[in-house]
Design a protein around this ligand. Structure first.
Ligand code: PLP
Length: 367
C-alpha cells in the first residue's frame, strides 16, 4: 500500500508554516554545549507562579482522575466578579491561543479576510489560514498598529480585524481614541478581536479599559491569558470576553473539556493572589528601567514598552541574536518575528537582567 499523507492534506494546511517557539535551554545545551543558559525569549513571568496557585495545585492533585468542569464555572464566576462582566460573556480557553482558533473555526470561511498588523503575534494568521481565510497584513507605523490604514484595508470580504495591545513584538499599545475609532468604524459584519495578553503590565494611565468599549460594541472580543503576569504558561489557561452570541458560537467548536482541572484551580488561585501580581508588575517595572539603562549605556536603540519584553534594534550588529546565544542568553531573533534587524528580549529577574547586561557589555567592548 502506498500512503501519501501529503496528498490528502487540505491545500491551505499544506502551505502553513509550523509555529516556531524559539530555542529552549535544552536545545542550546545540546547544540552549543552551553549548560548555564538564561532564557529571555518567551515573555514568561521570571518570578514563577503565585505561591497560592502552587498550594491549590498540591491540593487538587489527588482529583486528577476526574474530568474537569467543562464550563469552568468557578473560574468564570471569579472573573465575572473581578471584571464586572456577566458570566454569559466569558469563555475560558486552553491558553488565549485557543480563543483565536475557536474564532477562526466558528466564523471564518474559505476566502474570508482577516486584517492584522504587520508584524503581529503569529497565531492569528495561523488560525485564519487553517480555515482558508486570507490574511491582509497592514504594516506598522513607528512600531505601532496603524488603525486608519487597517480600517482602509477592510472590505466586504473582511470578517475579522485583530488588534494586539500591548503589541507583540513591539510592546506598543492601541490608544483610547484609536480603539474607539476601530470599534465605531468597523461595519457590523466584522468582528473586532483585541488581544490583551500583556494588559496587566501596562503602566500608561491613559491606556483604555477595553471592557468599557466591549459593553458598547457587541462585535468586540477581548482575549486575555494566565500565561504572562499570572505565571501559568505551562498550564494553558486564557479567556475571551465577548457577547453571549459569540460565546455560544465558540462553545459549539470547543473541545468538551478544553481547560484541565489543574489549570482551572491554579488560575482561580492566581487571580485571587493580587500580591503576587503586584510583585510581578513591580519587578517588571524595575527590570525595565534596569534594561533601558544597560541598552543606553551600550548604545542600542529600543522601543519603549508597555509589556514584559523590549524590542531592541541591533544597530550595526546584525548577529546580535547569535552573539547573545554564544554567551548563554536566549532572546528571540527579530527575523523570525517579522522585524529583521531587531531582537526581542523578555524582561527577566535581577539575576537574568544582570547576566544580559554583562553579555551586552562584553559584546560591545570586543567590538
Ligand atoms: C500577544 C500574545 N497573545 C497571545 C499569546 C498566547 O497566550 P497563551 O499562552 O495564553 O496561549 C501570546 C503568547 O506569547 C502573545 O504574545
Amino acid at each position: 500500500m502506498i500512503f501519501d499523507a501529503w496528498s490528502l492534506l487540505r491545500e491551505e494546511v499544506r502551505e502553513l508554516p509550523v509555529y516556531s517557539p524559539g530555542k529552549s535551554p535544552e536545545e542550546v545545551a545540546r547544540e552549543w554545549g552551553i549548560s548555564e543558559c538564561v532564557k529571555m525569549a518567551s515573555n514568561e513571568n521570571p518570578l514563577g507562579p503565585s505561591p497560592r496557585a502552587l498550594q491549590a495545585l498540591q491540593e487538587a492533585l489527588p482529583t486528577v482522575h476526574l474530568y474537569p468542569d467543562g464550563n469552568c464555572y468557578q473560574l468564570r464566576e471569579a472573573l465575572s466578579r473581578r471584571l464586572g462582566v456577566g458570566m454569559e460573556c466569558l469563555l475560558v480557553t486552553h491558553g488565549a491561543d485557543e480563543a483565536f482558533d475557536l474564532l477562526a473555526y466558528a466564523f471564518l470561511n474559505r476566502g474570508d479576510q482577516v486584517v492584522v498588523g504587520d508584524p503581529t503575534f503569529s497565531s492569528y494568521e495561523l488560525a485564519a489560514r487553517t480555515m482558508g481565510a486570507e490574511v491582509r497584513k497592514v504594516p506598522l507605523r513607528d512600531y505601532r498598529q496603524d488603525i486608519p490604514a487597517m480600517l482602509e484595508a477592510v472590505s466586504e470580504r473582511t470578517k475579522m480585524m485583530v488588534l494586539c495591545s500591548p503589541l507583540n513584538p513591539t510592546g506598543t499599545t492601541v490608544s483610547a481614541p484609536e480603539l474607539e475609532e476601530a470599534a465605531s468604524r468597523l461595519p457590523g459584519h466584522v468582528l473586532l478581536v483585541l488581544d490583551e495578553a500583556y494588559r496587566e503590565y501596562v503602566d500608561d494611565p491613559r491606556h483604555p479599559d477595553a471592557l468599557e468599549y466591549f459593553s458598547r460594541y457587541p462585535h468586540m472580543v477581548v482575549t486575555r491569558t494566565f500565561s504572562k503576569i499570572y505565571g501559568l504558561a505551562g498550564l494553558r489557561v486564557g479567556y475571551a470576553v465577548c457577547s453571549p452570541a459569540v460565546r455560544e458560537a465558540l462553545e459549539k467548536v470547543k473541545l468538551p473539556f478544553n481547560v484541565n482541572r489543574l489549570g482551572q484551580v491554579a488560575a482561580l488561585a492566581a487571580l485571587e493572589d493580587e500580591e503576587h501580581v503586584e510583585r510581578s508588575r513591580e519587578a517588571n517595572r524595575r527590570g525595565k528601567s534596569a534594561l533601558y539603562r544597560i541598552l543606553e549605556e551600550c548604545g542600542f536603540r529600543y522601543v519603549p514598552t508597555q509589556a514584559n519584553f523590549i524590542l531592541v534594534n541591533n544597530g550595526d550588529r546584525p548577529h546580535l541574536f547569535l552573539e547573545l546565544l554564544r554567551r548563554g542568553i536566549i532572546v528571540r531573533d527579530g527575523e523570525a518575528l517579522g522585524v529583521p534587524g531587531h531582537v526581542r528580549i523578555t524582561i527577566g529577574n535581577e539575576d537574568q537582567n544582570r547576566r544580559l547586561g554583562e553579555a551586552l557589555r562584553d559584546i560591545v567592548e570586543r567590538g
